[in-house]
Design a protein around this ligand. Structure first.
Ligand code: ADP
Ligand code: ZN
Ligand code: ZN
Length: 839
């Protein structure tokens, strides 16, 4: 396969030519080449949306990826049917970015396009039919039935008909059969109607008529006339109060939302009269879905340490594209970001700040809003599509020169980025698992910045090993913040040995004495408590006390998770659910009970141990709704809650004055997860959650419960000794060939038939073994979870030499092999999934 990316770079972006490579939203490995009709030659360019025919009867919308002179070798190019845009929807840098992503993450560029464009900008297709111009009923070998005749007659008078139109004409509901038959008889053509889905938000407003704004005497006159009509007078006064046109006539232009009058309980019929008499007029305006907020212009005064870090970052940017800012929690990374963002914006560049999913609704966004006001766009994953399109268009129009957003905001149509910041760069949620492109937003952001000749700043209190490694080997610049801002002190740590307490009968409902005492103290002082429970591998399940039976999902190789609410058991992979049985299906015993310590269970235990405490739980289940997370945070912030129990969510972005105790329920479970990153994760998570204790002047306490307190990692966490922990773990990684010393690629093979899945996996494995690149190949093995949604899973892991040549070569050959395999009739229905840098 030709490398799209490399090829793209050599091409002049404005060169005119008579062929265009089109990115199509279908899973095919390459761009397709089409002929540009002469009439479109002048208008068309990279990033324009076009309509093309794909396959025999399908009409699709695509994006021009490249314009050139080379006719395709393998097929004759069809002409582009139509052009949709008068300007490019996607800019050339974006296309290069997409091409890089497809190549690096081993997926199709059409898949990247699908991820990149909000669906409001993708064109939805709605099937329509039209007469086949070459069809002649007199010479056709196929006889038509009565209904078909009727439909054809109707089509004679119309250019096109939708399926609904057809139903109306025939007076029946299911017309698919008739349409199919007509297509086979080549009497009609089905095509996809292209339509824009983005609908702007329109507001009904009222304003004074122009004559009255210009002429104050006339307005006085009006007031005299309506002096006996208090309802009309009330409305007019309300208007002038909200929109002071006397002082600022230009304000009348935007008027007042009609709803304001209605909401104030004023008479709508009086409003109508005012409009009829030419005093007020109604109009419509397109408004932003995002409300403007007050901007504070208080200047930021950086501390001595922050200033030094800032200088260091700027100096490093002179030579390096990427800098790692290693700053402990509460050291003021946000304030530092703000000053750097301001500078970049003043220089005329765009800025992108990436935040992990969950941190987006926290005080950080509020803080940024105070500084940047409505020039800042926010791109949240829980936004509706219309809201996303609005941010997209805001970036295009220049309204938002600064965007703060989740991982998918790297796809926004920036054309002149100067600075990209990735906050909490170690966060696993930057990785997209499914569907393709399976990218890591931090790594992709660095590439994006490079394409823009921009700089990237990575910030974290607990950097990922990859980034720290890059800083130590001088690929990245490095700056650090080692002090907390202001009076805030670091918390005091306590290791609580669960086994010792258990022996002494001091372990109550999984809470050690130390944990209980610290919680009690905090409650006594009207202070707040956070209890952290890692979610991974921690789902509570149901088990028979007599025979040990554990219910499993019918479709997946996992035990069902117990949900107290509704006494249900659910599969977290496929959604299958079932009521908890009254008796054991294996032995008939009625002793069925819940095992494991999910957050629900901890919440319950806490309410038994501390009956007066107000307890709230925060996890995926309680924060599903759009504002669920925010609502819980506000509740906690307002002081109406004493104890917050939660998963990873509570480790991020919380900044509350009254939290003095943080408890980690079971550190061992984080440490013993079967993954080479388990240690790194444990260090990160425990440090992050500990950072929530005592952010202000009160000293905080962190209690870590474990069965093995002697492990070195605990001393390192407590001492904040990231460096030694890193060195020790990296020794292991080097010895056993793990990233960042090798590049990892995971290839999984899925099929509903066990034998087929295994056979395909072995076949691919052998093919990969032959690729002449320095590597270690492991597998194929049954996946950690061997079956999901009735599909058996086998996995191979490739550990590649880090050189970029080896990587590129391996991926290229792998792509070809997959294409060949997929074309083999034995493996046509097998799914192959390539995950580069699996996490
Ligand atoms: P981090 O992101 O490193 O955890 P923050 O940026 O949230 O830390 O800073 C912690 C607290 O200290 C915040 O409330 C922040 O407003 C305050 N702070 C940090 N630096 C400054 C500064 N230079 N001036 C005023 N307040 C600051
Ligand atoms: Zn049993
Ligand atoms: Zn399942």
């Amino acid at each position: 396969m030709e490398t799209l990316f490399g090829d793209q770079l050599e091409q002049s972006e404005t060169s005119s030519g008579s062929f265009a490579d089109i990115i199509l939203p279908v899973p095919i490995p390459k761009m397709f080449t089409y002929k540009i009709p002469k009439s479109l030659l002048e208008e068309i360019g990279i990033g324009y949306r076009v309509i093309v025919q794909f396959g025999k009867k399908k009409v699709l919308t695509g994006v021009v990826g490249k314009v050139h002179q080379k006719p395709p070798k393998a097929y004759e190019a069809k002409p582009i049917l139509d052009l949709l845009d008068s300007h490019a929807t996607v800019n050339p840098i974006q296309i290069r970015f997409w091409a890089w992503m497809a190549e690096y993450y081993c997926c199709h560029i059409g898949e990247v396009m699908n991820a990149a464009l909000p669906s409001g900008l993708k064109l939805s297709s709605e099937s329509k039919i039209q007469l086949n111009p070459t069809f002649d009923p007199d010479t056709s070998p196929y006889p038509l039935d009565e209904r078909e005749e009727v439909l054809l007659n109707a089509l004679q008078n119309k250019e096109e008909m939708s399926y609904e139109d057809c139903e109306a004409v025939l007076g029946i509901k299911s017309i698919h059969g008739i349409i199919k038959s007509l297509v086979i008889k080549e009497a009609i053509v089905v095509f996809e109607q292209v339509k824009e889905k983005y609908s702007p938000k329109v507001e009904n407003r009222i304003r004074l008529t122009a004559a009255l704004v210009e002429n104050k005497a006339a307005l006085e006159q009006v007031f005299q006339e309506i002096s006996t009509k208090p309802k009309q007078e009330e409305i007019l006064l309300k208007y002038l109060q909200e929109v002071p046109v006397y002082r600022k006539p230009e304000l009348n232009q935007n008027g007042l939302e009609k709803k304001v009058v209605a909401d104030a309980g004023m008479s709508m019929s009086s409003l109508k009269t005012l409009m009829k008499n030419g005093v007020l007029e109604e109009f419509k305006i397109i408004v932003s879905r995002f409300e403007d907020e007050a901007v504070s212009d208080a200047e930021i005064v950086l501390t001595e340490e922050q200033l030094q870090a800032q200088t260091k970052i700027k100096e490093a940017f002179e030579e390096k594209n990427t800098v790692l800012l290693h700053g402990i929690t509460g050291s003021g990374k946000t304030e530092l970001y703000i000053t750097l963002i301001q500078e970049a914006l003043q220089g005329g560049s765009q800025v992108l700040l990436l935040l992990p999913e969950i941190a987006l609704t926290t005080h950080m966004v509020g803080r940024l809003r105070q500084v940047f006001g409505s020039s800042m766009g926010v791109y949240h994953s829980k936004y509706s599509d219309n809201e996303r399109v609005e941010v997209w268009n805001g970036v295009l129009s220049g309204k938002f020169s600064f965007v703060v957003g989740v991982r998918s905001s790297i796809f926004l149509p920036f054309d002149s980025l100067g600075l990209v910041i990735v906050d909490e760069e170690h966060e696993p949620s930057y990785k997209q698992y499914d569907p393709a492109p399976r990218f890591h937003a931090r790594d992709a952001a660095i590439m994006l910045a490079w394409l823009h000749q921009a700089k990237t700043l990575l910030g974290s209190a607990t950097p990922s090993f990859e980034s720290f490694y890059n800083a130590r080997t001088n690929k990245y610049g490095y700056a650090s913040l080692e002090k907390r801002y202001g009076e805030a002190q670091l918390p005091q740590f306590h290791l609580a040995d669960m086994l010792v307490d258990k022996k002494k009968n001091l372990l109550k409902l999984d809470f050690t004495r130390m944990m209980r005492e610290k919680i009690q103290e905090a409650l006594g002082n009207q202070e707040q408590v956070l209890i952290f429970q890692n979610r991974r591998g921690y789902a509570p399940y149901v088990s028979c006390e007599d025979c040990g039976w554990i219910p499993e999902c019918e479709h997946c190789d996992v035990s069902l998770t117990y949900h107290q609410f509704g006494e249900e058991m659910r599969c977290h992979y496929c959604g299958f659910k079932e009521k908890v049985p009254h008796s054991c299906p294996a032995c008939g015993s009625s002793k069925i009970s819940a095992v494991g310590m999910g957050t629900e269970r901890i919440e319950e235990s806490l309410s038994l141990l501390f009956p007066e405490a107000r307890i709230v739980r925060m996890d995926l289940d309680t924060t599903r709704s759009k504002y669920g997370y925010q609502r819980l945070l506000e509740e906690f912030g307002s002081g109406n809650v004493d104890i917050l129990v939660g998963t990873q969510m509570i480790t991020k972005g919380l900044d509350f004055d009254r939290v003095t105790v943080v408890g980690v329920m079971d550190a061992d479970r984080i440490l013993y997860f079967p993954d080479f990153r388990a240690g790194e994760r444990a260090f990160q998570q425990i440090t992050q959650v500990a950072g929530r204790a005592g952010r202000r002047d009160k000293k905080g306490h962190v209690v870590i419960q474990t069965r093995r307190p002697e492990q070195a990692i605990f001393q390192q966490i407590m001492a904040g000794d990231y460096r030694n922990f890193y060195l020790q773990e990296m020794g292991e990684r080097q010895r056993f060939f793990y990233p960042p010393f090798v590049k990892m690629i995971k290839v999984s093979t899925r099929h509903k038939d066990y034998k087929t899945a295994e056979k395909a996996a072995r076949h691919l494995h052998n093919l990969m073994a032959e690729i002449p690149v320095k590597k270690i190949l492991l597998g194929p093995e049954k996946g950690l979870i061997g079956k999901i949604k009735n599909q058996y899973i086998f996995e191979s892991v490739v550990k590649l030499d880090r050189s970029s040549n080896a990587q590129a070569h391996f991926k290229q050959v792998l792509q070809q092999q997959l294409e060949t395999l997929q074309a083999d009739k034995d493996f046509r229905s097998v799914r192959f999934i390539v995950d580069v840098d699996p996490y």
